[in-house]
Design a binder for this molecule. Structure first.
Ligand code: URA
Length: 240
């Protein structure tokens, strides 16, 4: 975050709520800046020394930070890379926090990526024993069929290496380019692409919509991010 920032953006970044929720809170008079109730979401505040109260409680910096990034295509899911921009470099205010992405999305995949410095939560969400569901939207070259739904339900054999856990496939549009949503419960390398490859189809666009209880905030454009709300953090910690 720069030195001056819009009040609604600051509150969103601090995890108070989504952008539209915090605008409502501000208009209702629940936010004070340096001792004054402020009702305009677009006023600019200086983040260096400001005291912002939400429901009379001072907003404070916490040990752990949790960001939801709408990952754009073309950036890599890593902390550093010699050639490409990394997802961590997109989080402008997380520089001193040792943040990292929870799992990986391919370079060309878009959508929900959790970025945090909370190693325990990351471990929980990635543990193969937990079977955390991940929902992806994809455009697929070829007509996705009822047989594919059944094959995904049974588990797909990948290159004679392993068989995936049962996955739930929903066809949104059935055509030369089909549109689908698929829920998988593990996170093998290129898993969704390889599952479609195994049934003779090619994923040409892939976007993650959710991970456990956490859903991508659709108001975030690719490349944009926000802090998770306390409710989202609790719900991830409780059930993944
Ligand atoms: N499956 C893939 O094939 N790629 C991703 O990025 C995520 C899941």
């Amino acid at each position: 975050m720069g030195d001056t920032v819009r009040l609604d953006k600051y509150l969103t970044a601090m995890g108070v709520g989504t952008r539209s929720e915090v605008k409502t809170y501000i208009r209702k008079g629940r936010v004070q800046v340096d001792g004054q109730v402020v009702k305009e979401p677009d006023i600019k505040i200086n983040t260096t020394n400001v005291q912002v109260l939400f429901d009379n409680k001072l907003l404070q910096y916490e040990e752990f930070v949790y960001y939801m990034l709408n990952k754009p295509a073309g950036v890599v899911s890593a902390t550093t890379d010699n050639q490409s921009t990394t997802v961590v470099e997109l989080i402008k205010e997380g520089k001193n926090k040792d943040i990292f992405p929870v799992g990986r999305l391919d370079k060309d995949t878009e959508g929900l990526l959790l970025i945090t410095n909370d190693g325990d939560l990351s471990h929980q969400l990635l543990s193969p024993r937990k079977h955390i569901g991940k929902v992806y939207y994809a455009k697929v070259k070829g007509c996705v069929t009822q047989e594919d739904i059944l094959a995904f339900e049974k588990g797909i054999r990948i290159n004679d290496e392993f068989t995936t856990l049962p996955a739930k496939l929903n066809i949104i549009k059935y055509d030369e380019i089909s549109e689908i949503e698929v829920t998988i419960f593990e996170g093998k390398f290129h898993q969704v692409k390889r599952m479609f490859m195994a049934v003779g189809k090619e994923v040409i666009y892939l976007k993650r919509l959710s991970m456990g209880n956490l859903r991508l905030d659709e108001t975030l454009l690719p490349g944009e991010y926000r802090r998770l709300t306390q409710g989202e953090i609790n719900s991830l910690k409780n059930k993944g």
